[in-house]
Structures are given as C-alpha cells and as structure tokens.
Design a protein around this ligand. Structure first.
Ligand code: ADP
Ligand code: MG
Length: 211
C-alpha cells in the first residue's frame, strides 16, 4: 500500500496529569477531506494544533510522507490553519489580510497583488478588497480567512470549526463551498467539527473522537 500523506501514530498530549488527547491513531491520504468529529473537550483542537506544529505531542509520532514531523516548526510544515475565530487583522484591509502570508514569504509586491486578486475573486470578496475586515459580515470574514490561507497554495488546509460562527443558512452554503473548493484544488482538507451533520455532509471520511 502507498504511504499515506499524514500518519498520526499513537499520539497523546498531556497537560500535567490531564490527557488532552489520549493515544489517537489515524492516517490521511493526499487529497482527502477528513473530518475530526467529537464532543467539545475531546481533543480535536489539540490534535489539529499538533498537526500544525503549534503544540508538540507528549508521546507518539506524526509523520508527513513517512518522515517524523514532531519537532518541525509550523512554518516548516506547509499547513496553514483557518480558525473559526478568523484571527484576521481587524486594522488591515481585506487585501492586506489576504496578502499577509505572501508578504511573510517575501513575495514581491506585484506578484502578491496578483495572487491576492485571484483569490479574492475566487472567493467572491473582490468587491471588498479595500475595506477593513471589521466592516464585514461573519460569512465574508470567513472567506477572507480562507483566501488568506489558500493564497499560500498549501498541500493541506486545517480548519477548526470553520462554520461555527455563521448563522444556519450561511453555514449550509459555506459547507457546499468548502466541498467545491476541495474538489477544485485537490489538496488535503482536515476539518474539525462537533457537528455530526456537518462532518458527514462534507468529508470523504470521518474520524470520530471521544474521551
Ligand atoms: P476540543 O477542540 O475537542 O473541544 P481541545 O483539544 O480544545 O478539545 O481540549 C481537550 C482537552 O484538553 C480539554 O479538556 C481542555 O480543557 C484541555 N486543554 C486544551 N488545551 C490545554 C492547555 N493549553 N492547557 C491545559 N489543558 C488544555
Ligand atoms: Mg476545539
């Protein structure tokens, strides 16, 4: 069998003597849409943070293409995260937010601008390019966060409850948009959700976490 893209191999995370994540194991193939589903507090965010490199496992191993990843810094991992809280810069325009990661990667300004334009167009936010993100609706902000992450052309996208801040109508629409984006881009999506219906509506495979 081919090597999976990501292997989570008996990974645990302890804080003192509290287990935030107790020995989880699963694999993810390239291009899959995986949902990590489970009740609040079961360790979904912690698992995602370890994949992103924001936390290190207490034990076990995370591998990317068969290579141990545990100690690699976030920027060495090619896995930008989109959080439900958006974590956008409220004092910057939509364009500047979308360009942010590209600037950090020292892409020259004209190319940055071109890429940002493409992604704003693709996510339907080009009309707000010069607006501050504090002047956008929740759904629009979510698109800015997605555009900012996808402009980096990552191999995988990590989403932590990306739809939880949206109203029910918008949530359903963004669900199908995420599915469409995933299909078009062909990259790996790992999406954390506590919602059964969301997980099964979007994902190719659902990892169920509990306790
Ligand atoms: P979920 O995302 O599934 O709601 P989390 O991964 O955020 O769950 O948290 C799992 C458990 O670990 C919870 O009991 C939480 O309180 C605990 N936890 C998470 N982060 C920390 C931390 N930095 N310090 C101590 N405990 C933590
Ligand atoms: Mg969480």
């Amino acid at each position: 069998m081919a090597t999976p893209m990501i292997e989570i191999d008996r990974v645990a995370k302890h804080y003192g003597n509290h287990a935030a994540v107790a020995e989880v194991s699963f694999t993810i193939d390239k291009g899959e849409f995986i949902a990590l589903m489970g009740p609040s507090g079961c360790g979904k965010t912690t698992t995602l943070r370890m994949i992103a490199g924001l936390d290190q496992p207490s034990s076990g191993e995370i591998r990317l293409w068969g290579r141990r990843l545990n100690e690699d810094a976030p920027w060495e991992r090619d896995a930008p995260l989109v959080w439900q809280s958006y974590a956008l810069f409220p004092f910057l325009s939509v364009r500047k937010n979308v360009e942010f990661g590209l600037k950090q990667r020292r892409l020259p300004a004209p190319e940055r601008r071109k890429k940002a334009d493409e992604w704003m167009e693709r996510l339907g936010i080009a009309g707000f390019a010069e607006r501050g993100v504090d002047q956008l609706s929740g759904g629009q902000r979510q698109r800015v966060a997605l555009a900012r992450a996808l402009a980096l052309e990552p191999e995988m996208l990590l989403l932590d409850e990306p739809l939880s801040a949206l109203d029910p109508h918008l949530r359903v629409r963004m669900q199908s948009e995420l599915v469409r984006l995933h299909r078009e881009l062909g990259i790996t999506f790992i999406c954390v959700t506590h919602s059964h219906s969301e997980a099964f509506a979007m994902a190719d495979r659902v990892v169920i976490m509990n306790e």
